[in-house]
Design a protein around this ligand. Structure first.
Ligand code: FES
Length: 95
C-alpha cells in the first residue's frame, strides 16, 4: 500500500499495489476528472509532484515531453511509492 496526497485540497487516500490511482480514489470516496479510463482521452491528466508511478498499459497518451514535465494519467497509473499529485478538479463522490 502507498499513500496518495492530492493538492491543493490536501485529500489523502491509500492505493494498493495493483490498483490504479483513479480506482483507489473512487474507493476512498473521491472522484478525479475522467472519461475513458484506459489512458487515451487525457481527461484525467494531472501533475505528479513527488513519487514514482508505472502504467498498466504500454503507451499511455502522453508525449515524452509531458512525461518529463511530470504529467501523468491516473486512470492507468500504479503507485510505486507514496505520491503527491496536483489535481484541483477532485470532488467527493457524495457531492
Ligand atoms: S480517463 Fe481517459 S486518459 Fe484517463
Amino acid at each position: 500500500m502507498h499513500r496518495v496526497h492530492i493538492e491543493p485540497s490536501a485529500i489523502a487516500f491509500e492505493v494498493g499495489e495493483q490498483e490504479t490511482v483513479l480506482i483507489a480514489a473512487l474507493a476512498a470516496g473521491w472522484r478525479l476528472p475522467s472519461s475513458c479510463r484506459n489512458g487515451t482521452c487525457r481527461s484525467c491528466i494531472c501533475r505528479l509532484r513527488t513519487g514514482e508511478i508505472s502504467y498498466v498499459i504500454e503507451w499511455p497518451g502522453l508525449s515524452a515531453e509531458e512525461k518529463a514535465e511530470g504529467w501523468i494519467l491516473p486512470c492507468v497509473a500504479i503507485a510505486r511509492t507514496d505520491l503527491v499529485l496536483d489535481q484541483p478538479g477532485m470532488v467527493s463522490v457524495f457531492g
